[in-house]
Design a protein around this ligand. Structure first.
Ligand SMILES: [Zn+2]
Length: 148
């Protein structure tokens, strides 16, 4: 698997979590939010987070990338399925809402917004999440039916 864009993105010089400028593009209207992703595969778990400040467009781009990664890779251990992945997705939804409330900002000279890409639900890989969810739902329903 290739390194996701958000992890390969270099932090520009002078970056600090409390900076008033977007850490990616240097734009002015920012929200200080962490964005998270979670990978859970039986005995392997990984918690990733990228700390803002991000402007509206870069923030949305990071949320989309990390949420898609979580939907794809976040379900494959029991604790991930029950706890960590729902938490990560809820967290990112809150971050997404806060970024979308910001006005668009203009990148610093020579820099650009991160590519926001497609919305999460238009990325086929996000639907991998349906497999464990349907399995879990089937598990619960069959439990109810068998014990009725
Ligand atoms: Zn930005």
């Amino acid at each position: 698997m290739t390194t996701p864009q958000y992890l390969a993105a270099p932090a520009p010089g002078g970056y600090h979590p409390s900076s008033p400028l977007c850490r990616n593009c240097g734009g002015g209207h920012v929200e200080h939010m962490k964005v998270r992703s979670h990978v859970g595969a039986l005995i392997y778990m990984k918690f990733e987070r990228l700390e803002g400040p991000f402007c509206r467009d870069c923030g949305i781009a990071v949320v989309r990338q990390m949420t898609t990664r979580t939907l794809f890779l976040g379900w494959w251990s029991p604790f991930s399925l029950a706890i960590f992945t729902p938490f990560t997705l809820t967290w990112n939804l809150v971050a997404y809402r806060r970024f979308t409330r910001l006005p668009s900002s203009i990148p610093a000279p020579g820099r650009a917004w991160m590519d926001p890409g497609k919305p999460v639900l238009r990325r086929p890989v996000a639907y991998v999440a349906l497999i464990p969810l349907l399995w879990f739902l089937g598990f619960v329903v069959s439990g109810i039916v068998l014990h009725a």
